[in-house]
Every structure is written in C-alpha cells, then in structure tokens.
Write a protein that binds this ligand. Structure first.
Ligand code: OGA
Ligand code: MN
Length: 274
C-alpha cells in the first residue's frame, strides 16, 4: 500500500511538473507587516505599489500574448453543475494560470514564473495568519472589456469546494488607470454576504485598480464587486486555500495529484470560480 501511494505521489508530481522541493524562481517578496495587521483588524488589506512598473509591464505582455493565442475564455459564475455564463452578474474574460505548467509554451513563460514566485511569497506571509496549502493555490488573469463588471459576490461558499478558500488576492495590471476608466473594486464593509438587505446602510471601500496594487481579503466574509468599467481592465485574481482535512490517504492522494486534479476531484470545474 505504502509503495502504491508513493508511486501515485511521485507520478502526480512528475506529470504535473510540481516539485515541492524546487526553489521558487524569481523574487518572492513578503507582505508588509501593516498588511497583516490590516487583515487581522479589518479582514482586508490594500498595498499600492506591491509590483514594480516593470513587473506590471511583463504581466500585461503575458496577458496580451495569451489573449492573442486564444487562451482566454468568457468567465462564468457558480460551481460545478451550476457553472454558467451570466451577463447580468459578470462580463469578463479569464485565463486560469494554475497549475503552473498549464500554458507552458504560450504567452511569456518567464514572466509567469516570476508571478508564481511573487504569489508564493504572498502566500508564505499569509501563513502567519492561517495554514495554507501551496498545491491548492488558484489564480487567473482577468480581462474586463470596456463595459465589463462583476456584481456583488463572496468568493467562498459553504458546502462547496470554494469553502477551502481562505484568502482572495488581486494584483492590478492597469498601467495608465484614470478615475474616468471606472472599474474600482468595491469592498463591502456592511457585514452582509452576497445579498445585503435593501434597508442595510451602505458601507464600503473603493479600491482603484492601479497597476501594481495588491489587495488581499478573507474569502468567506468579504462581499465585493467590480464596478462598471469604461476602459479595458486587467488583473490577476485568485485564492489561497486551506489544507484539505480528512484521512492521510485522502491528503496524500490530493497532494500527489496536484492542485488542478485535486480541485476537479473535489467537484470543482475550471471556470467555476466566483
Ligand atoms: C473575482 C473578483 C475582482 C477584481 O474574480 O472573484 O472579485 O477586482 N475580482 O477583479
Ligand atoms: Mn471575487
């Protein structure tokens, strides 16, 4: 039994190119201490200038190439059986970028390697708050057209694979954003989830999607939305998941097969993010 498990384990890593012992390429930067304390006290943190202008340019270039190569799809909403494109909730194109070998040979691989290293660094910092499973890191490039939006929602729902999401992250890639371009991220601080009662007093923070800004918030409690865009708007969006509970066998299997397969086995379908 142990040898079969070991075989599954190493097979999974070699097929998927996931070697947990491999050092992250590029520079992993930690979150500033102020971001961790903001997350503790208000469940969200905003870090302007987390990415350099040069990094923003490299990731924009990767997005442009991946789009030209047909790697983007219309973004859906909902999970698994209910996943669907719903233009009343979301108008956006997306390209999932995990597991890391997913688009190898497309776009700019070297740029994406730097992005993965940066996200590894963010996740390592967040582990000071909550244990996180590196192999269950999710991420995508989002491209909102002029006229795009994503209405109020919460990223993690109970009794659904998304319930493992502990933190949502966003990295904005808009190098020349101006207020008239719209598309701010509205983080609702009214304490309600997806549907706030009409009588609830409005309470929110609007974050400008300026190139280089990092936003992190708790996936289960913080309702948020993308306000209407009046220009194209690009971001990296994703989630850091908690370790999967359960038996040693289940955990070994999940780690061995890697994040993409694991999430599929848990009933999640690519494109089913919220
Ligand atoms: C998401 C999301 C916000 C943004 O993709 O779930 O809420 O600012 N994105 O792009
Ligand atoms: Mn969201």
């Amino acid at each position: 039994m142990a040898s079969i498990l070991l075989a599954i384990h190493s097979l999974g890593f070699s097929i998927l190119g996931l070697d947990p012992a491999a050092p992250a390429k590029g520079s992993a930067k930690p979150l500033p201490a102020s971001a961790l304390s903001d997350l503790r006290s208000q469940q969200f943190a905003v870090v302007p200038g987390f990415l350099t202008t040069e990094e923003v340019g490299a990731y924009r270039e990767d997005v442009a190439k991946l789009r030209a190569e047909g790697r983007f799809k219309t973004a859906g909403i909902g999970e698994t059986a209910t996943n669907r494109v719903d233009n009343t909730v979301r108008v956006c194109e997306q390209c999932f970028i995990y597991p890391p070998q997913r688009h190898r040979g497309f776009g700019d691989d070297a740029a994406r390697e730097r992005l993965y290293a940066t996200l590894d660094g963010v996740r390592d910092s967040l582990c000071q708050l909550t244990p996180l499973e590196p192999l269950l890191t999710e991420g995508l490039y989002a491209h909102y057209p002029n006229g795009g939006y994503y209405r109020r929602h919460v990223d993690a729902a109970p009794n659904n694979p998304s319930e493992l999401r502990a933190f949502s992250y966003l990295l904005y890639l808009n190098d020349a954003w101006e207020p008239e371009h719209g598309g701010c991220l509205r983080i609702h601080t009214d304490g309600y989830g997806e549907d706030a009662p009409i009588s609830a007093p409005e309470s929110y923070v609007d974050v400008e999607p300026r190139g280089g800004t990092l936003v992190v918030f708790r996936s289960d409690t913080m309702a948020h939305e993308v306000l209407n865009t009046n220009a194209e708007r690009q971001a990296v969006a994703g989630w850091f998941n908690r370790p999967v509970g359960g038996s040693g066998f289940r955990q070994t299997l999940i780690k061995g097969l890697g994040a993409a397969v694991a999430l599929a086995a848990l009933g999640k379908v690519a494109g089913g993010d919220k």
